[in-house]
Design a protein. Structure first.
Length: 368
C-alpha cells in the first residue's frame, strides 16, 4: 500500500516537472517573440529616423545600404532607380570578397526583375553605374561555383508609383535567407521607398530653381542646360572647354559624427573656397550632396588640371570649423575636356565621373 502511494507521488512529481518544463518553454518562446518584436521595432525606428533626416537621394541610397549591412548578412546589394525618360542609376556594394561571376549573376537577375516591373524602357547607354565605397576592390576571380545563389528583391514604390528596386544576394556559402531575414528586408524596403520618394520629390522641386539654396551655386538641371549650350558654342567656333567634377573626401563621416546642420555649414564654407579659386566666367554647380561640377570655357585639359590642383591645395590648407573644432578636409577631382574626352555633355560628365572615381580609388586628395 505504501509502495503504491510512493509510486503515485512520483507520477505526480513527474507530471509537475513536465508542466514546469512546458511553462518554461512557453515563457522562453514568449520572451523570444518579445525580443524579436523589440528588435523589429528598433529596426523600423532606425529606418524611419534614417529616411526622415535625408533629402538627397544619393545620401539616402548610402544610408539604406549602411542600415541593411548592419542587420542582415549577405555578399552583395544593389539599388536601381529610374527616371521616366529612361535614364537610370545602379549603385552596388560588395560586402565580402566575391567573384566577378557572383557580381555579374546578381546584376543579370537585377535587370531581369527590372524588365518585368519597371514602367519605362531603360536606356542602357544612359545607365549610371556606381560602386559604393571600396566595393570594386572586393571583386576578384574565383571558382565557377561562386555565384549569387540566393537573392531577394523588393520593388520600391510610393502609392502606385514605382521608383526602383532594392536587392541583396548571397552565395551558396552563406545559404538561403530565412523568414526573419525576409521580414527585416521587407521592412527596410518599405521605409526606404518612403524616404526615396521624399528625396526625389525634394530634388525635383529643387531642379525647378536655377540656384541651389545652400551653396548659391547653379542647380544640376540648370547646369546641364548650360553645358549643352557650351558644347554647341565650342562646336560652332572650334573652341575647347573642360569640366571638373569634385567630391569632398569622407564627407559622410562629418554628417554621421556631427549631424547634417554642421555638414551644411561645411558645404557653405567649402563653396566659398571653390568660388574664390575660380574665374568669374567659370560656371559652378552643386551636382548632388557633397559633389560639385565646374564648366571652364576655353580651357584645355592642362589648364583644367592646374585649376583643379589649385582648388585642391586651397582646400587642403584651409582650416574648417566643425562644432567649434578646427579640421582639415580634402577633395578628389576628375577632369574631362571637349572634344578629346567626348563631344556631348553626357559623354563629358561620364568621363569626369570616371576620372573622379580613379582619384578616389587612387587614395583620394588628388586630381585625375
Amino acid at each position: 500500500m505504501q509502495d503504491k502511494r510512493i509510486e503515485g507521488l512520483h507520477r505526480e512529481l513527474n507530471r509537475l516537472e513536465e508542466a514546469i518544463k512546458r511553462r518554461d518553454r512557453a515563457i522562453s518562446d514568449i520572451n523570444r517573440i518579445i525580443d524579436d518584436k523589440l528588435y523589429t521595432l528598433t529596426i523600423v525606428k532606425e529606418a524611419y529616423r534614417t529616411v526622415s533626416a535625408i533629402l538627397d537621394h544619393s545620401e539616402m541610397v548610402t544610408a539604406i545600404m549602411d542600415l541593411m549591412k548592419g542587420v542582415l548578412t549577405y555578399d552583395i546589394s544593389g539599388i536601381l532607380l529610374w527616371e521616366e525618360d529612361g535614364g537610370s542609376e545602379l549603385v552596388m556594394e560588395v560586402v565580402q570578397p566575391s567573384s566577378k561571376r557572383l557580381v555579374d549573376n546578381f546584376n543579370s537577375r537585377f535587370f531581369h526583375i527590372a524588365k518585368k516591373e519597371i514602367p519605362v524602357t531603360l536606356d542602357k547607354g544612359r545607365l549610371v553605374f556606381k560602386w559604393k565605397g571600396e566595393s570594386a576592390n572586393l571583386v576578384r576571380r574565383s571558382s565557377k561555383r561562386s555565384k549569387a545563389a540566393f537573392c531577394k528583391f523588393i520593388i520600391l514604390k510610393t502609392g502606385k508609383k514605382k521608383l526602383g528596386i532594392l536587392g541583396i544576394g548571397r552565395s551558396e556559402n552563406l545559404g538561403d535567407f530565412d523568414e526573419a531575414d525576409t521580414r527585416l528586408f521587407s521592412l527596410i524596403g518599405n521605409q526606404s521607398a518612403v524616404g526615396l520618394g521624399n528625396a526625389l520629390s525634394h530634388e525635383r522641386a529643387q531642379e525647378l530653381a536655377i540656384t541651389d539654396e545652400l551653396t548659391k551655386f547653379y542647380t544640376r538641371r540648370h547646369f546641364k542646360e548650360c553645358l549643352e549650350e557650351e558644347v554647341k558654342r565650342s562646336k560652332r567656333y572650334g573652341k575647347v572647354f573642360s569640366i571638373v567634377m569634385l567630391d569632398i573626401d569622407d564627407f559622410k563621416m562629418i554628417n554621421d559624427k556631427y549631424g547634417h546642420i554642421q555638414g551644411d555649414k561645411v558645404l557653405i564654407d567649402m563653396s566659398k573656397s571653390i568660388r574664390n579659386a575660380l574665374r568669374e566666367v567659370d560656371l559652378i554647380c552643386r551636382y548632388g550632396g557633397e559633389e560639385f561640377i565646374i564648366v571652364m570655357p576655353e580651357t584645355g585639359r592642362d589648364g583644367a588640371i592646374k585649376a583643379a590642383e589649385r582648388i585642391r591645395r586651397i582646400v587642403k590648407n584651409k582650416r574648417f570649423l566643425i562644432s567649434g573644432k578646427s579640421a582639415r578636409l580634402t577633395l578628389s577631382l576628375g577632369v574631362a575636356s571637349y572634344p578629346f574626352d567626348g563631344v556631348s555633355g553626357e559623354d563629358l560628365i561620364r568621363k569626369a565621373d570616371q576620372s573622379l572615381y580613379s582619384a578616389k580609388a587612387g587614395g583620394k586628395d588628388r586630381t585625375c
